[in-house]
Structures are given as structure tokens and as C-alpha cells.
Ligand binder design. Structure first.
Ligand code: HEC
Ligand code: HEC
Ligand code: HEC
Ligand code: HEC
Ligand code: HEC
Length: 229
């Protein structure tokens, strides 16, 4: 009786299968670790920053628009954090040659701005600590939200009242999907997306939301591939 021999390609197949199992395990592990990383779901997460930059002063008191610093928020997936040069527009250090401040310099010798002035001198960027962080397996995009009338305040809270930024919402999947199912209450005319204290007229919120949704045909998707690609 002939012994049954597996054809040769089976060896290759077993190798591929092995890689798939190992790879799949590692993938599931990575997904699990990402999903349970305390930093991703951490409401209130508030790391210490290298410079005590205050949104309460700049966005609140001085009323600077968010987009002066977060320039890419309407154009791309990520909201950029400003480079040192943006701050130097107002906070240039004393001039090396003369030891005098430029006319536009605010607090040119403040110790609170030391790390900024060091960064300007060396060309290294300020090592800002990232606060909001979704796991890598989630796709998020700022521009699709802000251009449809979802304000920064809905997802980040009253940044203009924070001396130090903290994470206001848990950024969980339920949080995303709940709004995708019923976005009405969170829509506003796009000209007010960075006006964090904007509110619709008393009692008009539901009506306005429904109207904006209909007019602009806003229908956020909820199938898995929208956020997990
Ligand atoms: C003068 C520049 C400036 C302005 C204006 C400004 N920001 Fe920022 N923003 C920064 C800098 C610098 C950081 C990084 C340091 C920090 O977290 O405080 C930051 C961080 C943030 C973060 C946290 C980013 C992360 O790491 O997850 C959010 C959210 C944010 N800003 C939202 C806003 C909103 C909303 C406005 C408008 C109300 C605004 N910012 C106005 C400079 C600015
Ligand atoms: C449009 C001008 C402008 C820009 C741009 C600007 N600031 Fe300021 N900043 C000010 C003013 C004005 C004050 C002073 C407010 C006061 O003293 O009441 C200030 C205060 C500060 C202080 C407090 C300094 C102290 O000694 O009390 C820090 C720190 C600071 N800014 C950091 C930054 C950083 C970092 C950036 C860039 C992300 C930045 N600023 C961008 C205008 C600006
Ligand atoms: C629909 C919710 C939502 C809206 C609206 C929103 N953000 Fe964010 N923001 C997020 C999430 C989620 C993250 C974390 C993204 C990541 O980790 O990939 C984030 C991260 C950031 C960061 C850190 C850099 C980055 O892109 O990861 C900054 C700065 C920021 N947002 C500023 C803003 C500003 C300014 C506005 C308004 C003009 C705004 N955001 C509107 C949800 C939102
Ligand atoms: C407060 C409401 C709100 C929250 C919270 C929110 N979204 Fe959205 N999302 C929207 C709206 C509105 C749109 C635009 C839909 C359209 O253009 O028809 C959108 C669109 C998107 C799109 C583009 C695909 C599409 O549906 O058109 C992606 C991707 C997305 N959101 C991911 C996320 C993720 C990931 C989170 C959570 C981290 C999140 N969103 C949280 C309201 C929200
Ligand atoms: C609107 C965006 C969005 C949609 C749609 C979405 N997810 Fe998610 N999902 C997320 C976000 C954000 C997280 C990460 C939450 C966190 O940090 O734990 C996540 C996490 C997960 C996780 C990791 C475990 C967990 O719960 O944290 C799994 C598994 C998952 N999603 C499966 C799915 C499946 C299956 C679907 C379709 C039925 C789906 N997702 C649709 C945004 C979305």
C-alpha cells in the first residue's frame, strides 16, 4: 500500500499558515494593548508641558482664534501644534547684538519662556507632550468634522478656559458612534466652529440642528470600515 504523501506545496502552505497565526496573534495583541492603553481613554489626562503655555490667556483673554496656531485643523486629518516661530511672532527674545527687546516682544526675559527661546536658538522643536491620542487602529479626521459644523468645544471642552489642557471626553468608540447616529444636537453654522461660547437661541437648538443636517445632507457613517481601515 502506498503511503499518502502530502504534495510539496503543503510545506510552503504550512509556513504561510504559521506566519498568519503568529502575525494574527501579534495583531490581536497590539489591538488589545492599544484599546486598553490607559492614555487613550483617560478623561482628565493632563501631562506637564515643557512651557507653561496657557490657552486661557491666549484663546480666552487675548481671543486668538484656534486656527492662528492649529493651522491645519480645517484642511487635514491632524490639527497641527504650532512651531516655535508662531510664538516668536510675539515672544521674541532679547536681540543678541544689542541686548534689547524687539518692539513686539512680550515678556522677552520671562523664565517661563526659557524653553521657547532655547528652541528658537537651537532649531529643535519644543517637546510638547501629546494629550489626545487614539489607538493606531482608529482613523480620525479633523477636517471632515469641522467643515461640517462640529465645533472644537464638542470634543475638547472649554479649552479657552484651561490654563493647562486636559482631555475632556473619553474618546471611546461609543462616544464616536453615538454622535454619528444622532449628530443634530452637535451641529452649528461653520463660521462658529472655533467660537467655543457660541450657543443657539434659547429653545432653538433641536430645530437648528435638524435644519443644518437636512440642508447640508450630513449623514455620518457607522459601518466599521469608516473608522477601522
Ligand atoms: C497661541 C497659540 C494657540 C492658540 C491660539 C490655541 N492653541 Fe491649542 N495648543 C497650542 C499649543 C502650543 C499646544 C501644545 C501644548 C498644550 O497642550 O498646551 C496646544 C494644544 C492643544 C490641544 C491638545 C493637543 C493634544 O496634545 O492632544 C487642543 C485640543 C487644543 N490645543 C485646542 C485648541 C482650541 C480649541 C483652541 C481655540 C479655542 C486653541 N487650541 C488655540 C497653541 C495654541
Ligand atoms: C499674538 C501674540 C502672541 C502669540 C502668538 C503668543 N503669545 Fe504668549 N502671550 C502673549 C501675551 C500678550 C502674553 C501676556 C499676557 C499677560 O501678561 O497678561 C503672553 C503670555 C505668555 C506666557 C506667560 C509669560 C509670563 O512670564 O507670564 C507664556 C509662557 C506664553 N505666552 C507662551 C506662548 C507660547 C508657547 C506661544 C506659542 C505657542 C505663544 N505664547 C504665542 C501673546 C502671544
Ligand atoms: C469630532 C471630535 C473633534 C473635533 C470637532 C475636534 N477635535 Fe481635535 N481631536 C479629536 C481627537 C479624537 C483627537 C485625537 C486624534 C488622534 O489621536 O489621532 C484630537 C486631537 C487634537 C489635537 C492634537 C493633534 C492631533 O491632530 O492629534 C489638537 C491640537 C486638536 N485636536 C485641536 C482641535 C481644534 C483646534 C479643533 C476645532 C477647530 C478640534 N480639535 C476639533 C477630536 C476632535
Ligand atoms: C459630536 C459629533 C461627532 C463625534 C463625537 C464624532 N464624529 Fe465623526 N463625524 C461627525 C459628522 C457630523 C461627520 C460628517 C458626516 C458627513 O459629512 O455627512 C463625521 C464624519 C466622520 C468620518 C468621515 C466618514 C463619514 O462618516 O462621513 C470619520 C472617519 C469619522 N467621523 C470618525 C470619527 C471618530 C473615529 C470619532 C471618535 C474618535 C468621531 N468621528 C466622533 C460627527 C461626529
Ligand atoms: C465612528 C467611529 C467608529 C466606528 C464606526 C466603529 N468604531 Fe470601533 N473603535 C472606535 C474607536 C475610537 C475605538 C477606540 C476606543 C478606545 O480608545 O478604546 C474603537 C475600538 C474598537 C475595538 C477595540 C476594543 C474596544 O472596544 O475598545 C474593536 C474590536 C472595534 N472598535 C470594533 C468595531 C466594529 C466591529 C465596528 C463596526 C460594527 C466598529 N468598531 C465601528 C471607533 C469606531
Amino acid at each position: 500500500m502506498n503511503r499518502f504523501l502530502f504534495p510539496r506545496w503543503v510545506n510552503k502552505f504550512l509556513l504561510v499558515l504559521g506566519v498568519m497565526i503568529l502575525g494574527g496573534g501579534a495583531y490581536a495583541g497590539a489591538v488589545f494593548m492599544g484599546a486598553t492603553d490607559p492614555k487613550t481613554l483617560n478623561v482628565g489626562y493632563q501631562p506637564v508641558q515643557p512651557i507653561p503655555f496657557s490657552h486661557k490667556i491666549h484663546a480666552g483673554q487675548l481671543k486668538m482664534d484656534c486656527r492662528y496656531c492649529h493651522t491645519s485643523v480645517e484642511k487635514s486629518a491632524h490639527a497641527s501644534v504650532p512651531p516655535t516661530s508662531t510664538c516668536i511672532n510675539c515672544h521674541s527674545p532679547l536681540e543678541k547684538a544689542t541686548g534689547t527687546p524687539l518692539l513686539s516682544a512680550v515678556h522677552p526675559t520671562s523664565p517661563k519662556l526659557k524653553a521657547l527661546h532655547d528652541s528658537w536658538a537651537t532649531g529643535d522643536s519644543v517637546p510638547w507632550v501629546k494629550i489626545h491620542r487614539l489607538p493606531d487602529f482608529v482613523y480620525f479626521n479633523h477636517s471632515v468634522h469641522v467643515n461640517r459644523g462640529v465645533s472644537c468645544v464638542t470634543c475638547h471642552g472649554r479649552i479657552d478656559k484651561m490654563d493647562e489642557v486636559h482631555q475632556a471626553k473619553d474618546l471611546s468608540m461609543t462616544w464616536c458612534v453615538d454622535c454619528h447616529r444622532h449628530p443634530e444636537a452637535h451641529l452649528r453654522p461653520v463660521e462658529f466652529i472655533t467660537k467655543l461660547d457660541w450657543a443657539p437661541e434659547d429653545g432653538k437648538a433641536a430645530e437648528l440642528g435638524a435644519q443644518l443636517k437636512k440642508e447640508k445632507n450630513i449623514n455620518p457613517l457607522t459601518n466599521c470600515a469608516v473608522c477601522h481601515r
